[in-house]
Ligand binder design. Structure first.
Ligand code: NAD
Ligand code: UFG
Length: 330
């Protein structure tokens, strides 16, 4: 049993990871400033696991508070989710993205160094691969940012690598998420962003619940079987369990792992799978390609299987059913 601090712990991936950690016998402590989530998530997590986790309201850039939390709660390891994640917004306001994402990481690592906590798991992204030259993309592929959001994720990874090289005893892991979707099967936690969503599944859910018009399918002339872009969608509970596996497989230095399924699904396939899994029709229309989108992104998943003993097991149908259950209840 370990005591784990989850920064950004009331967010989409953080809340599901809190459930997975509690179910594996660990003690999650959540820290968030509610920039993109609600405090009520804590009770929802508690209703699933049988005990509401401790919640600390704080900003990830507040190093002194972070150090106090690490000490007071005797934290063994940190999972760092807190940050800003909208690509277009990062183009419009790069200072805010560097401030929260990179400034937050600097404050966190400073507090960890000060208090002797040496284990960190960081929410990185497949975006660090930019436009990959070969698919499926593995962890040895060259990295490169194609937008400010990606630049902040890469900068955080580089800082972790520099720190691990500077001093023995650090165990720093970057988990490069592909496309997380779905929700806990209870339907009581899920993806509930403030404001307008940017990703396919939450936008599709707004369409089918009547909160927006037809789903725009961005591009139907890619070099893919049906012309629409292909992504590696992963159920958020599989992703959450990937964090538990990473915490339970200690290592040394800096390591990066892809978390995906290794299977690509096109936009059109996802839309049809949703209709089939839920019986709910998805009104849709063709739209031009979205600037900055890559045609295909699929993870090579062998490293996580070998070194963490983890692989994703849930299907696209489960992702759709669980996402719909949460959306239709909330
Ligand atoms: P989310 O917005 O639901 O969760 C992030 C949490 O961080 C929110 O609860 C938010 O309130 C909190 N937060 C933001 N700024 C903060 C600050 N200054 N101080 C403290 N807390 C703050 O997003 P998510 O989808 O759960 O993503 C979690 C992490 O995973 C992020 O770092 C994101 O970049 C990364 N990631 C997400 C995806 C995805 O598609 N969802 C893909 C790759 C990587
Ligand atoms: N899409 C549509 N219509 C929409 C929204 C999305 O057709 O209304 C398409 C996109 O064009 C893309 C696919 O659905 O082909 C998936 O789009 P998302 O925005 O859900 O996901 P992305 O793969 O573009 O982005 C994700 C993360 C980013 C990360 C990026 C690269 O959300 O944080 O992967 O790794 F930067």
């Amino acid at each position: 049993m370990a005591r784990i601090l989850l920064t950004g712990g009331t967010g989409f991936i953080g809340s599901h990871t809190a459930v997975a950690l509690a179910e594996a016998g660990h003690v999650p402590v959540l820290l968030d400033n509610f920039a993109n989530s609600e405090p009520s998530v804590v009770e929802a997590v508690g209703a699933i696991t049988g005990a509401s986790p401790t919640l600390v309201e704080a900003d990830i850039r507040d190093r002194d508070t972070l150090a106090a939390v690490l000490r007071d709660h005797k934290i063994d390891a940190v999972v760092h989710f807190a940050g800003l994640k909208a690509v277009a917004q990062s183009v419009a306001d790069p200072v805010a993205y560097w401030d929260v994402n990179v400034g937050g990481m600097i404050a966190l690592l400073g507090a960890m160094r000060e208090t002797g906590c040496r284990r960190l798991i960081f929410s990185s992204s497949a975006t660090v691969y930019g436009e990959p030259a070969a698919l499926p993309v593995d962890e040895t592929a060259p990295t490169g940012a194609i937008n400010p959001y990606g630049a902040t994720k890469l900068a955080c990874e580089q800082l972790m690598e520099n720190l691990a090289a500077s001093e023995a005893g650090w165990d720093l892991v970057a988990l490069r998420y592909f496309n997380p979707v779905g929700a806990h099967p209870s339907g009581s936690i899920g993806e509930a962003p403030r404001g307008s969503p940017n990703n396919l599944m939450p936008i599709l859910l707004e369409t089918v619940t009547g909160r927006r018009g037809p789903l725009s399918i961005f591009g139907d002339d890619y070099d893919t079987p049906d012309g629409t872009a292909v992504r590696d969608y992963i159920h958020v509970m599989d992703l959450a369990e990937g964090h538990v596996a990473a915490l339970e497989a200690p290592g040394e230095g800096f390591r990066a792992f892809n978390l995906g399924t290794g299977r690509g699904t096109s936009v059109l396939e996802l839309v049809r799978a949703f209709e089939q899994a839920t019986g709910v029709p998805v009104p849709r229309e063709k739209a031009p390609r979205r600037p900055g989108d890559v045609p295909v992104l699929e993870a090579a998943v062998g490293k996580a299987e070998r070194e963490l003993g983890w692989r994703a097991t849930r299907s696209i149908a489960e992702m759709c059913r669980d996402a719909w259950r949460f959306a239709s209840r909330n």
